[in-house]
Design a protein around this ligand. Structure first.
Ligand code: RB5
Length: 140
């Protein structure tokens, strides 16, 4: 399952990603927020996202705030979460292939929906390479 989370600054980009998922018949769960006007706090949504992601090891999260930084800081406080803030498709591919990232963080205020969707596609379709990278993950 794909878990979507954002604060108000990531809300619009989250809606664009949801539109893309609907078009492609990809099922995702949205843990909020539900309005761009809301005066909300990104840690609440990162924590809610983590809770859902950790329900099943096959789950992945996509968390969006203004910069993606706050979401990634909070998400990574949980030792079972490997959240990667990606601004391009190559970092999204490496976040999966080398880091086995289970959460993608995006900057709602600085990337276009078109670019974000490209990044999401790569993140969702790239497998972890294992091998030496698995050894490194064990040391985290
Ligand atoms: C909200 O204004 C903004 O600080 C938040 O979305 C995020 O960018 C924090 O890292």
């Amino acid at each position: 399952m794909i878990v979507l989370a954002s604060d108000h600054a990531g809300y619009l980009l989250k809606e664009e990603i949801k539109k893309f998922f609907n078009k492609e018949n990809i099922i995702a769960i949205d843990v909020g927020c539900y309005s761009r006007e809301q005066l909300d706090d990104y840690p609440d949504f990162a924590k809610a996202g983590n809770q859902k992601v950790l329900e099943d090891p096959r789950n992945v999260g996509i968390y969006i705030c203004g910069t993606g930084i706050g979401m990634s800081i909070v998400a990574n406080r949980n030792p079972k979460i490997r959240a990667a803030l990606c601004h391009d498709t190559s970092s999204a591919a490496l976040a999966r292939a080398h880091n086995d990232a289970n959460v993608l963080c995006l900057a709602g205020r600085s990337i276009s929906p078109r670019k974000a969707i490209k990044i999401v596609k790569v993140f969702l379709t790239t497998d972890f390479e294992g091998g030496r990278h698995a050894r490194r993950l064990k040391k985290i």
